[in-house]
Ligand binder design. Structure first.
Ligand code: XLS
Ligand code: NI
Ligand code: NI
Length: 446
């Protein structure tokens, strides 16, 4: 292992150096077994395919608190005398961690990076200061910003929503944060800007005018888009669907809902989707399903990688380790041509009981290896297995003749009936689900 290093005056993860790739035979918990950043797969390196990002909030702000008790982790960067000193130390720790892990990107909310303040001037000053600090650290380490966002859900003023709040004063106050977070994202070269509709939804339909609230959301997003473009933001705006939690019902329920919303309001030219695995499962879909819906609409932007717990019905934000999930996700990503400007952000947290600094490394190593294996297997399935051929063959009756004419919109109902009269009873054709599932396992085991 290479020698240890730090980006500021202090080393926050002593005894841990750059995480090496050691291959599958290694039992070193602090080494990659599959993720080999420079390894080429189909003309691109693993790093270029996967575009990993570390989430600032879970990894450096979340101390493990839950509704039943306070945090379990004492962070050495949380001990300075002033809020700004603590924010600076946290930034040093974050960039040290990200650099040691060898991840190219990070993501933040405005108030992860900088201390929040009710006073608008103070809030803006804090963020501007931390943008200078983060900019210097980005330069020093080469780490880049995948996306920025504003936290419009934690402060009590947002308890009834931000852009969808029934009180215009709150909607306007939310604009202060979105404007500042957009300024920060542009200043730091961020490639995307995310809206996760934290409390954009309702708790009680009796007191809610859904139609009005959603119209306000569309106006707010259009205003943010226009402002972003006016200050030179050329990246992608992303909406992150989630069906519930914290609200009883959230307006950005799932991919299909968000695709419809963006199209209805003419926002689909600037906005795409950021799909989070655990949000997809909360909405009753699989991760791959919500990715596929976004991809089919041409709106797959980025991923928040994590996993839920099959026994729990909430957003547990565990690190992704399930290889079926990562193969399924990477099949969709590869078939749709890759991430483009998007990436794979670990919106995941170590468990409350995981209190060693190494746990954060191992969590990310496991997630990165799981997605690297997902990439390998998905690529092999697409390039070398019969999968694509089987699937194409299943639809071959639409490739020529009457089937192709129907697909082009040239056959009416009467012509279809004529065809059926001549063709007779259709042959029974197996869907062969088991053969497909066995094929996936066969490549996973190789
Ligand atoms: C919460 C969301 C959040 C967004 C960013 O469930 O996943 O972390 O990704 O605001
Ligand atoms: Ni997320
Ligand atoms: Ni989430």
């Amino acid at each position: 292992m290479s020698s240890t290093f730090h980006v500021g005056q202090r080393e926050y993860f002593p005894g841990i150096g750059a995480i090496p790739f050691e291959g599958r035979e290694s039992d070193n918990p602090l080494a990659f077994k599959v993720y080999d950043a420079q390894r080429q797969i189909g003309g691109r390196s693993m790093a270029e395919h996967l575009r990993f990002a570390v989430a600032y909030w879970h990894s450096f702000c979340g101390t493990g608190q839950d509704p039943f008790g306070p945090g379990t982790r004492m962070y050495p960067w949380d001990q300075g005398s002033s809020a700004l000193a603590r924010a600076e130390a946290k930034a040093d720790a974050a960039f040290e961690f990200i650099t040691k892990l060898g991840v190219p990107y990070y993501c933040f909310h405005d108030v992860d990076l900088a201390p929040d303040a009710d006073d608008i001037g103070q809030y803006r000053d804090n963020l501007a200061h931390m943008v200078t600090v983060a900019g210097r650290l980005q330069q020093q380490t080469g780490v880049k910003l995948l996306w920025g966002t504003a936290n419009l859900f934690s402060h009590p003023r947002y308890m009834n929503g931000a852009a969808t709040n029934p009180d215009f004063a709150v909607v306007a106050r939310a604009a202060v944060q979105v404007r500042a977070a957009l300024d920060a994202t542009v200043a730091l070269g961020g490639q995307n800007y995310v809206f996760w509709g934290g409390r954009e939804g309702y708790a009680c339909l009796l007191n809610t005018d859904m139609k009005r609230e959603q119209a306000h959301l569309a106006r707010f997003l259009a205003a943010a888009r226009d402002y972003g473009r006016s200050i030179g933001f050329t990246g992608t705006f992303l909406i992150e669907p989630k069906p519930m939690e914290p609200m009883h019902h959230q307006y950005d329920f799932d991919s299909a809902t968000v695709v419809g919303f963006l199209r209805a309001h003419g926002l689909d030219g600037d906005f795409k989707l950021n799909i989070e695995a655990n949000h997809a499962t909360l909405s009753g879909h699989s991760f791959a399903h919500d990715l596929q819906v976004a991809a089919d609409a041409g709106l797959l932007g980025s991923i928040d990688a994590n996993r839920g717990n099959p026994q729990n019905g909430w957003d547990t934000d565990q690190f992704p380790t399930d290889l079926y999930d990562t193969v399924g996700a990477m099949l969709v990503v590869l078939r749709s041509g890759g991430f483009g400007h998007g990436g794979l952000n670990f919106d995941a947290k170590v468990r409350r009981e995981s209190t060693d600094p190494q746990d954060l490394f191992m969590a990310h190593i496991g997630g990165m290896d799981a997605f690297a294996r997902g990439l390998e297997v998905a690529h092999a399935l697409i390039e070398r297995s019969p999968l694509e051929g089987w699937r194409a063959e299943r639809y071959a009756s639409f490739d020529s003749g009457a089937g192709a004419a129907f697909a082009r919109g040239e056959l009416g109902l009467e012509a279809l009936c004529e065809h059926a009269l001549v063709a007779g009873e259709p042959t029974v054709r197996s869907g062969r689900q088991e053969a497909y599932e066995n094929l996936l396992n066969q490549y996973l085991l190789r």
